[in-house]
Design a protein around this ligand. Structure first.
Ligand SMILES: [Zn+2]
Ligand SMILES: [Zn+2]
Length: 272
């Protein structure tokens, strides 16, 4: 599989296996170095799937995720809530908005996610984010790129791809920002401008995963700002993160972007 032209990549038939066809092969220099060393260890240790940890015996996506895990990633399917992007069940179809979004206000215009946060994708995101496996950006970004093509997320109208930043203390601890790694692949696949330095995280917040919904809102309030002298007036922005849960973090980041004059802010995360 592979070697599709840009146009063909976006026209791949709908379905799980279409994910294999998306090819973005341009890791950063840093990832190249890490991949090189990983290549060396592969000679010594046989490869195992990053998700299920079983030895890879057959085809694996990017030599990292086994076929069984990849094909059992739970897709987020339409109809989508027009605000948070979650699947709408039959009861809520007529409203276009899910029950959570009726009660919540967001500063972004709309969010999109290719997967639901469970099973192999949850495990992969955990390994990516907390266990230093930055090379997982490659298979994970395939999910985003394919989703954009399949559901015609209007990236053509987006001016900037902006990753949700980490506070510098957390960045030092993790060595890389998972959202930036994903954004690099998105920007490259759609020939867009990556703006990874315009949004700033002012303070280190508690990990949202440990907090209840109301506390999450308070925790992130005022935690983002836009770099001084940055001109984003009238720009349409695609904000990238790994997971959308209550939407509080993405909303707060969008608030800072909108205050600085951004026009439309869409949010794209791996899972919701
Ligand atoms: Zn597996
Ligand atoms: Zn919703």
């Amino acid at each position: 599989m592979g070697n599709f032209t840009e146009k063909e990549k976006l026209q791949l038939p709908k379905g799980r296996l279409a994910r294999f066809g998306i090819g973005t092969d341009s890791p950063t220099a840093q990832t190249t170095i890490r991949s090189f060393f990983r290549g060396l260890t592969d000679i010594v240790y046989p490869k195992e799937c990053v998700s299920c940890k079983n030895k890879i015996t057959n085809y694996a996506v990017d030599d990292l995720v086994c076929f069984d895990c990849w094909t059992s990633i739970k897709e987020n399917t339409p109809p989508f809530c027009i605000r948070c992007g979650r699947h709408l069940d039959k009861k809520n179809l007529t409203k276009n908005v899910c029950p959570d979004c009726i009660r919540r206000e967001y500063h972004f215009d709309r969010a999109f996610s290719p997967c639901t946060f469970e099973g192999p994708v949850k495990e992969l995101i955990h390994e990516f984010k907390y266990n230093g496996k930055d090379y997982l950006a490659k298979p994970l970004s395939r999910l985003l790129i394919n989703f954009i093509g399949e559901y015609r997320v209007p990236v053509e109208f987006m001016d900037l791809i902006v990753p949700i930043p980490l506070h510098e203390a957390r960045l030092r601890e993790r060595q890389f920002n998972q959202a930036t790694e994903l954004s690099q692949y998105i920007a490259e696949a759609f020939n867009k401008c990556l703006a990874d330095d315009i949004l700033l995280r002012n303070r280190s917040t508690k990990t949202q995963a440990d907090l209840k919904t109301a506390d999450r809102l308070v925790n992130v309030q005022g935690s983002f700002s836009v770099q001084e002298n940055t001109v984003i007036g009238g720009k349409n922005i695609l904000l990238i993160d790994d997971v959308l849960t209550t939407g509080a973090t993405a909303s707060e980041a969008s608030c800072a972007l909108k205050k600085a004059g951004a026009n439309i802010v869409f949010v794209l995360t791996l899972a919701n």
